[in-house]
Structures are given as structure tokens and as C-alpha cells.
Write a protein that binds this ligand. Structure first.
Ligand code: ADP
Ligand code: MG
Length: 334
């Protein structure tokens, strides 16, 4: 068995967008690379403003869409060439939790039905008794309690409860990885910590996460690795706490400076929203995508997209020519 649970290798996804007169290609995700180890389980945060390519990445991992180029490799197997059995196993071991759990519940079914369906679909239990025990265990791990919640209809639950039920449902399948696309963006700030706590509890139970968010303060809380996306490309990556304490990419520096309390030991209050997207990206624009907004732009930035340069000894990397050795030397001479 491979040491790497999930690997994304050079994944690029482009979409053709048709306007009234023209059509253009949008690069939703560009040359994305990621490797999640089998152990220990970790929460990988994908952060970025709206339109930065986060859901595109989630959809690639969940197999809802295929990469234009590049690979999604699960335990050594390229999923584009997987057998039906391998695909079935993947659908079981990689589960999803979405932003709006309201949408996934049929209003006429009680919560019990959500669990009955997952037990049936994945043939999780041999008998009713075993099924009941599994549901009870799953509810407990997300901090909910049996009978009363199971009898309820979706509209009788709070946003936080619905989201917990989604995590409980995913947990029952005993996945290796949960892709959570903005799971806390619909719940209010006071409940966010509780949902993050559920994720951390499941991590302790051996489940890894691809945690997608536009809220950097939550990434700081869960730690582990972060990828900050800007217009489909990674601007900076590393340990979340380090990237947030000491950002190197000018874009990420701007983001962090917009956080109310710059002292990371103080828990941030409320949401940290990223600034709005200002310009669309097309396939024929070379160079760094942040160039138009960058306070430190240089002529070289327009020539080609910058690669990820190491900026620390612990794996932090930033896609910015400021960290290119030649550019640095040139600057010193100038
Ligand atoms: P995020 O989840 O970070 O908000 P998305 O991954 O949804 O971003 O979108 C990234 C970019 O790709 C956006 O510019 C979006 O308009 C474009 N995009 C996403 N899905 C499609 C699609 N099915 N067809 C055309 N363009 C799309
Ligand atoms: Mg999205």
C-alpha cells in the first residue's frame, strides 16, 4: 500500500465561458499539487476568495469533474484508470460534506431516514440492531444524542445540528478522507468552533480532511497544512499557523493584515473575509495573476507565472519572484 493516501499531480481545470459575442477559457485551477499522507490523519485547508477555484478542486477530488490535465491518484491508483471496484472503494473512502446541508435533506423525511439510506447504500449493517448502534456511535462522535434528533424533520434542526448530522453520516461510512466544502460558512460564528471541534475529533479518529474555507481564522485553529489559492493558483502553502503568523506572498500579507487582531495567540473574533475578486482570469494572460493588485510588482512578474519558492526551512513556500535567488541578488546589486 502506498504511503500517500491522496495525491493531486499537476491538476489543471479550464472552463470555456461563452459570452454574447465571444468565448473565452477560464483557468479555474492551475497546476495544482497536493499529497495527503496515509498517516497521521490531517486537516488540509484550502483557502481563497470566492472564485479562486476551491470548489473546482473539491469536485475534482470527488470525481464530479475530470481534470483538463493532471491526475488524481488514490493510494497509488490514478483514478482516471481505476476499475469499477476501485471506483466503488474510492466512493466509500472519500466522503463529502457541503456548505448547505439543508439542500441535501428531503423536507418530508425525518433525520432517521438520512442514516437508514446510508446504511442501505453502503450495506453497513447486518441487522437493525447493528444499524442502531452505528447511528448512535456516529451521533455521539459529533456531539448529538439519539432518539430526539432522529425523529426530527430538517426544518426542526439548527444549521449547526444539520451540519453535524452530515459529518455523522460521512463518519458512518468509515472514510479515510472527508472533503468539506465551506462547511461552516452557513452557521454563525458561535457554532463554527463546535463544527471545527467535530472535525478535529474525527481527525483524532484517523480521518483526514480537505477543508475548504474563505475564513482564515478557522484555518489557524485547525493547524496542519494550508494552501492559499489566488485565481486558481497556489499563492502560498505551509503549516497554517506559520503561514498566518508570517505570510510571505504579498497577497497573503494583505489578507492577514485585514485580520482584526494580528496576534495569532488571541482567538480571532468573527469572520475574516477575503477581498472581492476584481478581475477575471483568462488563459492567455501570462505572468503572476496577482500582478495588477500587487504593491511589490516587478517587470519579471509579467513574464511567466512564478513557481513556489521555499521561504522557510519547514516547508513553507510562496509563489512570488521576491523569493527567487537571482531576483534577490539582482536587487542587491541594483
Ligand atoms: P470557489 O469555489 O473558490 O468560489 P470555483 O471553483 O467554484 O471557485 O470557480 C472557479 C472559477 O471557475 C470561477 O471563475 C468560476 O466562474 C469558474 N467555473 C466554475 N465552475 C464552472 C463551470 N461549470 N463552467 C464554467 N466556469 C466555471
Ligand atoms: Mg465554492
Amino acid at each position: 500500500m502506498s504511503e500517500i493516501l491522496l495525491e493531486i499531480r499537476n491538476a489543471t481545470k479550464t472552463y470555456v465561458q461563452r459570452g454574447s459575442k465571444s468565448k473565452r477559457q477560464i483557468v479555474a485551477l492551475e497546476n495544482f499539487n497536493l499529497a495527503i499522507p496515509c498517516a497521521p490523519a490531517s486537516i488540509i485547508t484550502i483557502a481563497g476568495e470566492s472564485g479562486s477555484g476551491k470548489s473546482t478542486l473539491a469536485n475534482l477530488v470527488l470525481g464530479f469533474t475530470k481534470p483538463t490535465s493532471g491526475q488524481v491518484i488514490y493510494q497509488g491508483q490514478d483514478m482516471a484508470a481505476a476499475t469499477p471496484q476501485q471506483q466503488q472503494r474510492y466512493r466509500r473512502e472519500v466522503q463529502a460534506v457541503f456548505q448547505d446541508p439543508f439542500g441535501v435533506y428531503n423536507p418530508f423525511y425525518r433525520v432517521q431516514h438520512v442514516f437508514d439510506m446510508v446504511i442501505r447504500n453502503f450495506r453497513l449493517a447486518e441487522n437493525a440492531r447493528q444499524g442502531r448502534d452505528m447511528i448512535e456511535e456516529a451521533l455521539n462522535i459529533v456531539g448529538l444524542h439519539g432518539e430526539d434528533v432522529l425523529r426530527k424533520y430538517p426544518h426542526q434542526l439548527s444549521g449547526g445540528q444539520r451540519q453535524r448530522i452530515m459529518f455523522a453520516r460521512a463518519y458512518m461510512v468509515k472514510p479515510r478522507l472527508i472533503v468539506a466544502d465551506e462547511p461552516v460558512s452557513m452557521v454563525d460564528a458561535s457554532l463554527r468552533a463546535a463544527i471545527l471541534d467535530v472535525m478535529m475529533r474525527l481527525r483524532a479518529d484517523g480521518i483526514s480532511f480537505l477543508y475548504i474555507t474563505h475564513d482564515l481564522s478557522t484555518a489557524f485553529q485547525v493547524g496542519d497544512q494550508i494552501f492559499v489559492l489566488y485565481h486558481g493558483a497556489v499563492a502560498e502553502t505551509g503549516q497554517a499557523t506559520e503561514v498566518i503568523r508570517k505570510p510571505h506572498h504579498p497577497y497573503v500579507q494583505l489578507l492577514i493584515s485585514s485580520i482584526p487582531d494580528p496576534d495569532p495567540r488571541v482567538k480571532w473574533q468573527g469572520t475574516v473575509d477575503l477581498p472581492p475578486e476584481e478581475e477575471m482570469r483568462t488563459i492567455d494572460s501570462p505572468g503572476c495573476r496577482f500582478h495588477p493588485r500587487c504593491p511589490q510588482r516587478m517587470p519579471i512578474c509579467l513574464q511567466a507565472a512564478p513557481p513556489l519558492y521555499p521561504v522557510s526551512t519547514d516547508g513553507q513556500r510562496a509563489a512570488c519572484y521576491l523569493y527567487d535567488q537571482d531576483v534577490k541578488r539582482g536587487k542587491l546589486q541594483a
